[in-house]
Structures are given as structure tokens and as C-alpha cells.
Design a binder for this molecule. Structure first.
Ligand code: ATP
Length: 393
């Protein structure tokens, strides 16, 4: 990709909602400018939602808005919730660290080997592999994400992530195993290890073998999208919106399993609150209704799934070469993005994209409807996917 990896954004409405395109676009511009000015996190375009305690910002308007807001959870409450889902013990004797597997904004991810069974209360409850129902065994490989809590600008996202993962056991969701508070400041989250890494890695590193100079063929894309869609349907059935679907947040393993990860920005819809309005996601993958700061629901993930399908076809999402501000404007005003070489693609994939990338949410497909789409009839066999991981060897 030409542009650096774009980070996730969470931003509450800055301006009153309006149906006027010009006003919507200008509120998008205001939002993007605010994000740009806020450098308090490692991520250049990350913003705090209004219910988080204020942090120093160069932008007076933003700081004022944050100061007016009541914190959703105090630090003490966050720690209390964290302690209720973690072991308060030193996990070092339980694992042999093997190598660093990746780096995220909130911490490093390591490949490790389990040396001992986890503390007893977890054994029957959590440490179960969902595919075969076998408990995690000594010698199994795991992924450990290590985070220094005092360095996290938004600890409540970590609590959110652990709670969603813990309660979302499905073959297309990265399986949470256990978590440890080594000290008050040192958190280890243990997950199943996905040795294939992220879908972004595959898109960027695999040799070209599809049309449009893509590393993936349409059958391989159909397989990955179908698996992701099954994970999304599972979340949507529980009224959870992921809000950050993109290739970076889809992991693969050598058995061609495809799983969704990164649940920090998930939102739960309820009868009382069946829509959301906070601007959350990564600009290039955001649905128009999110960008326009309208009320939205689970269908925002379907739009992002469509954008992720374009990533697999074209190597990057639409507008990636544009500044995020301009990209937000283009998403809000252009409607369904244009494909670079539609003549090289099958009718099935184009039809699939048109029902994912439908600006009118009423006509955009649900994950349930997508799973019946004829595009998935062309999905490859799992063995045809493993060749995509050959670049890693
Ligand atoms: P953050 O969640 O901190 O904002 P992030 O979303 O960028 O960061 P992480 O979830 O921390 O990313 O993961 C960073 C990298 O570590 C991923 O890109 C991936 O390569 C690797 N990784 C994460 N989870 C696993 C896993 N379960 N198995 C194997 N590799 C993983």
C-alpha cells in the first residue's frame, strides 16, 4: 500500500445532524480536523469519546467538550471490572515466550508455549478450544498480548475487548483463553494463536495470482468473506456491532481458519438503544451513515465487509491515497465506491459488492442475507487458502 496503515477513530458527534449534504460534509470536515489536532495517543487520528475524562489537547473546542462530559467509568471502576475478568497472579511460570508476533497500538503480541495449566477456576470454563472442545493442553501455542495499563489512554476499551471476546465463542472469532494482571499496571491477554497473521499481511505480501494484480483469486476471496460474514452474523445475532471491520482485524491460521479480532470498539444494541451515532471506525472503511453522523446499526459492518472485499481485489480500500479528511468527504458524498477494473470481475462478486455497499441502509443486505448469496458458491476449499501463507515460511 502507498499510504501508512490508517488507525481506528472514535469521535462523538461534533455538529447537529442534518439532511443537508453540505452541512454533513462540513461536520465531517470538522470532525476530521479535530482528530488531526489531537495527538495525545500514539495514533495520529484517534479521538476520545465524550464520556472519557479529558486529556490535554491543543484544540480548545475539543477539550471543552470533553470537560463538560461525565466520565463513563472511573479508573477505579475500570480496574475493578478488569480484576473481575483476570487472574491477579504472575503468569510468567505458565508460559515460555517464543517470539514477538506483532505490534499493536496498545501493546505487543507474543507467540508463547503453555507450560502449565492455568489457575483452576478457568480449566473447565474458559480454556476450551471451540472447534473440537478439547481443553488447551500443556505445550499448546498461544498468543499473548502484553499491555502497560498506565500507557493506555482508554482502558475501558480493553475491558470492553476482553468482555466481548470472553462471551463470544465462535469458530470465526479469535478465541479468548484467559487474562492476567501481573501487577496493577501489567496486563497479559492470552488468546489462541493465529500463525497466519492478519489478512492485511496476506494482501500485502503474497505474490499476485488473482485478477487486477490481486494476490487472491475470487474463490479465495469468497472463502475469506464467507468466514468473516459468519463471525459477523454471530455478533449481530447478539446485537453486537464490531465497528472496525477491515483486513487488519481478520486473522488466519495454517488450517485456513479465518477469525475476527479487535473488539475494543464493539457496541451492544439494546431495546432501549437500538441505534448508535458515535463516529467510530477507521476512516476508509466507515459506512456513509457513520461518516455523516447519522444513527446507525449492525449494517455498518456489512459496508466495511464490502470495503474489505475491495481490499482483497485491489490491494487497498477506496480513497487510501487520499488524506483521511478527503476520504471521509468522498465516502459521504460519492455513494457506492467505483471499482478500478470491473470488467475483469465476475457478475457474482459485483452483485455481492452492490448489496454490501448500498448507501441506503434499507436495501443493504444483512449478514443473514449475505450468507445465502451466490457469490459464496464459488468459495475455494480450505486447502486452496493455505498457499496464501507460503510467504511466511
Ligand atoms: P490495538 O488493539 O492495540 O489497537 P492492533 O489492533 O493494531 O492494536 P493487535 O491486536 O495488538 O493490533 O495485534 C497486533 C498484531 O499482532 C496483529 O497485526 C497480528 O499480526 C498480531 N496478532 C494479534 N493477535 C494475534 C493472534 N491471536 N495470533 C497471532 N498474531 C496475532
Amino acid at each position: 500500500r502507498a499510504a501508512p496503515k490508517p488507525p481506528t477513530v472514535a469521535l462523538k458527534q461534533q455538529a447537529p445532524q442534518t439532511s443537508n449534504t453540505y452541512n454533513n460534509a462540513s461536520s465531517v470536515a470538522a470532525a476530521a480536523m479535530a482528530m488531526r489536532k489531537d495527538n495525545h495517543t500514539q495514533q495520529q487520528f484517534k479521538e476520545l469519546p465524550p464520556k472519557v475524562p479529558a486529556e490535554p489537547s491543543k484544540d480548545a473546542g475539543i477539550t471543552k467538550q470533553k470537560k463538560q462530559s461525565k466520565p463513563l467509568m472511573s479508573n477505579a471502576e475500570i480496574m475493578l471490572r478488569l480484576k473481575s475478568v483476570t487472574f491477579n497472579t504472575d503468569p510468567t511460570p505458565y508460559f515460555k515466550m517464543i517470539e514477538k508476533a506483532g505490534q499493536g497500538a496498545s501493546g505487543s503480541v507474543y507467540l508463547a508455549e503453555r507450560l502449565e495449566s492455568p489457575p483452576s477456576e478457568y480449566q473447565n470454563d474458559h480454556v476450551v478450544s471451540i472447534e473440537n472442545n478439547e481443553p488447551q493442553a500443556i505445550g499448546d501455542k498461544v498468543a499473548i498480548k502484553q499491555m502497560i495499563l498506565s500507557k493506555q489512554p482508554r482502558k475501558e476499551l480493553i475491558v470492553n475487548e476482553i468482555l466481548v471476546m470472553k462471551n463470544s465463542r465462535h469458530k470465526n472469532i479469535v478465541n479468548f483463553l484467559e487474562a492476567y494482571l501481573k501487577t496493577e499496571d501489567d496486563l497479559w491477554v492470552v488468546m489462541e494463536f493465529m500463525e497466519g497473521g492478519s489478512l492485511t499481511d496476506i494482501i500485502e505480501n503474497s505474490p499476485t495470482n488473482g485478477s487486477n494484480h490481486s494476490p487472491l483469486t475470487e474463490p479465495q476471496i469468497a472463502y475469506i468473506v464467507r468466514e468473516t460474514c459468519q463471525g459477523l452474523k454471530f455478533l449481530h445475532d447478539k446485537h453486537i456491532i464490531h465497528r472496525d471491520i477491515k483486513s487488519d482485524n481478520v486473522l488466519l491460521d495454517t488450517r485456513a481458519r479465518v477469525k475476527i479480532t479487535d473488539f475494543g470498539f464493539c457496541a451492544k444494541l439494546t431495546d432501549k438503544r437500538s441505534k448508535r451515532a458515535t463516529m467510530v471506525g477507521t476512516p476508509y472503511w466507515m459506512a456513509p451513515e457513520v461518516v455523516k453522523q447519522r444513527e446507525y446499526d449492525e449494517k455498518v459492518d456489512v459496508w466495511s465487509l464490502g470495503i474489505m472485499t475491495i481490499e482483497m481485489l485491489e490491494g487497498e480500500p477506496p480513497y487510501l491515497n487520499e488524506d483521511p479528511l478527503k476520504a471521509l468527504y468522498l465516502i459521504a458524498t460519492n455513494g457506492t465506491p467505483k471499482l478500478k477494473n470491473p470488467e475483469t470481475l465476475s457478475l457474482e462478486i459485483k452483485r455481492f459488492l452492490s448489496v454490501c455497499l448500498c448507501v441506503d441502509v434499507r436495501y443493504r443486505a444483512s449478514t443473514e442475507e449475505l450468507l445465502h448469496h451466490t457469490f459464496f458458491d464459488m468459495a475455494c476449499k480450505p486447502s486452496d487458502l493455505t498457499q496464501l501463507l507460503e510467504w511466511k515460511e
